[in-house]
Design a protein around this ligand. Structure first.
Ligand code: GTP
Ligand code: MG
Length: 319
């Protein structure tokens, strides 16, 4: 990254500088995260209800005309299940990047281009307010329309299209179904592990949807992904230490071109005087929470989740 002095010396415009700053942030982030997480306690979460329903879900997926995979728009890679491709085989799939309200326009454009280049059907949605759900309903029916064409050829009556809604915990699966149906048919709440059983619901006469519990791999081998799941509240909070996770979030955000140390100074009136997130969590704990680092860490995490540092994704497409 160029320092200010070098920038002036080279006569680069501010715009070019910001762009290179942004690029280098995303380029080095992965390696930085691997370095920061190397000595932390492993984050693993595989509660009983996931173990129980995963097998059932795999069997049900065989009956689906289309599978709708919901991901968290802040971390579309870390909320992609490594076994999903093999479970789906050549079954049709739609990817939904939910929580679109929690990322910036630049994040969204980058992901839209990435999936378009791959030829993957992707919809951006908001499970809280309902944006994207009507489009999703229409796309599910059109992607699976071949089922009823075949039935007609055989002289059979049409049947509703079956769509399975799958994804990591707390990404908004049940909320999206409720928004599409305009009724609270599936329990939804702001914590991972709310849906514990598979549940079929009907949308009109021609679409059936399967709500399913959030599924994670039994062992998360990529611990940088696990930390991002923790930051985004997509994994049970008993599986991680708040101060460890918040420290990494601070380190990510103070380097982020759209956030930076000033955002922390403004919000908490504490200077970020070095690059160490742990130090910042400790300072905040002394400043506001009587030295309780867990409470300080939780405050930082929930501030990120509420967009208090701006709405920014934690992942960009690989280049
Ligand atoms: N800001 C925002 N919040 C959302 C969005 N979608 C869902 N939520 C909220 O996120 C929380 C989790 O939603 P759920 O629908 O329960 O998520 P889920 O994927 O069904 O979770 P599990 O059943 O635990 O796997 C709820 O409080 C929703 O209101 C969204 O697009 N934007
Ligand atoms: Mg649910």
């Amino acid at each position: 990254m160029l320092g200010l002095y070098e920038k002036d010396g080279l006569g680069l415009s501010q715009y070019a500088y910001e762009e290179s700053n942004e690029e280098s942030y995303w380029e080095t982030l992965d390696a930085d995260l691997r370095y920061w997480t190397r000595s932390l306690r492993q984050v693993q979460w595989y509660p009983g209800h996931i173990a129980k329903t995963e097998k059932e879900l795999k069997e049900q997926l065989r009956l689906m005309d289309v599978v709708i995979e919901i991901r968290d728009a802040r971390i579309p890679l870390s909320t992609s299940h490594p076994k999903m491709d093999s479970w789906l085989g050549n079954r049709r799939r739609i990817i939904v990047l939910n929580r679109e309200d929690m990322i910036s326009t630049e994040d969204r454009n980058a992901w839209a281009t990435y999936f378009a280049n791959q030829g993957t059907k992707v919809i951006f949605a908001n499970g809280q307010l309902g944006m994207g759900t009507m489009k999703l309903g229409r796309m599910a029916k059109s992607v699976a329309s071949g089922v009823n064409t075949k039935r007609k050829e055989k002289g059979l009556l049409p049947r509703p299209v079956r769509a399975g809604i799958v994804g990591y915990p707390n990404v908004g699966k049940s909320s999206l179904i409720n928004r599409l149906l305009k009724r609270r048919m599936c329990p939804a709440a702001p914590r991972p592990g709310v849906t514990r059983e598979l549940k079929w619901v009907r949308f009109g006469t021609d679409l059936e949807l399967l709500d399913s519990p959030g599924i994670l791999p039994m062992r998360i081998s990529d611990q940088t992904a696990a930390i991002k799941l923790a930051i985004c509240d997509d994994i049970g909070e008993r599986s991680y230490d708040f101060p460890d996770v918040a420290a990494i979030l601070v380190q990510m955000l103070i380097r982020h071109p759209a956030v930076g140390p000033e955002a922390f100074q403004r919000r908490y009136r504490i200077d970020v005087d070095n690059d160490c997130g742990k130090m910042f969590v400790t300072k905040l704990s002394i400043h506001l929470f009587n030295g309780d680092t867990s409470q300080a860490a939780f405050r930082i995490l929930s501030d990120y989740r509420k967009g208090k540092f701006g709405w920014v994704a934690l992942e960009r497409p690989p280049t």
